[in-house]
Design a protein around this ligand. Structure first.
Ligand SMILES: Cc1cc2nc3c(=O)[nH]c(=O)nc-3n(C[C@H](O)[C@H](O)[C@H](O)COP(=O)(O)O)c2cc1C
Length: 178
């Protein structure tokens, strides 16, 4: 898929069908995402892929939002992005490199999430980035290592219908030329 077409046609998908996702496709997508930029190329984002029914249920039930629970329940796979703390935005000795503290951890995760949803779109896999979740529950369910934060949750699946695009603000609003 051509890049600009992919950026414009990706949509948040919240209804999935029952078609299974091949783990080799997931591996290929994660490989692609590693070419993304990151703070000093530190690549602190981790992709935690959940494919068993049992864990999908546990994450859905533990997410702490009824809206997101209903979406997660239908997913054929769930990708949870986590980030190793205190590297992105910091010097090797742990001192902050900027005045923005841990801001660049989320910045890197956002870049990796966007690469991921676009790469999924290339393979016709629907996704939606989720920011509303109970972090303690998710960490526990996935047994994430100490010193990692959950950055977002991305349910995945094939779909029968792609939602229409919500209205987007365009250049007259978002572009400020000084
Ligand atoms: C950081 C972030 C957090 C989001 N959290 C949620 C969420 O918790 N639940 C949900 O259904 N959608 C969530 N979304 C999806 C947005 O609602 C969606 O991207 C937006 O409405 C634009 O639609 P589009 O992705 O189809 O362009 C989130 C998106 C982003 C980027």
């Amino acid at each position: 898929m051509e890049l600009i077409e992919a950026i414009k046609t990706r949509r948040s998908v919240r209804k999935f069908n029952n078609k299974k996702i091949d783990i080799n496709t997931v591996k290929e997508i994660v490989d692609i995402c590693q070419y993304s930029p990151s703070w000093k190329n530190t690549q602190t984002v981790r992709y935690n892929y959940v494919e068993t029914k049992d864990l999908i249920e546990k994450i859905s039930d533990g997410v702490g939002s009824d809206w997101n629970k209903n979406i997660l329940k239908q997913a054929q796979g769930i990708m949870v992005l986590s980030t190793i703390n205190n590297i992105s935005g910091y010097e090797k000795d742990g001192t902050p490199s900027t005045t923005k503290g841990s801001h660049f951890e989320s910045f890197d995760a956002g870049i990796y999430a966007d690469a991921f949803v676009l790469a999924c779109h290339n393979f016709n896999i629907g996704t939606v980035i989720m920011g509303i979740y109970n972090e303690a529950n998710i960490k526990k369910i996935l047994n994430l290592p100490e010193g990692e934060s959950v950055s977002c949750i991305i349910p995945m699946g094939y779909y029968d219908e792609k939602p229409a695009s919500p209205k987007k603000k365009l250049n007259d609003v978002v572009l400020r030329i000084k």
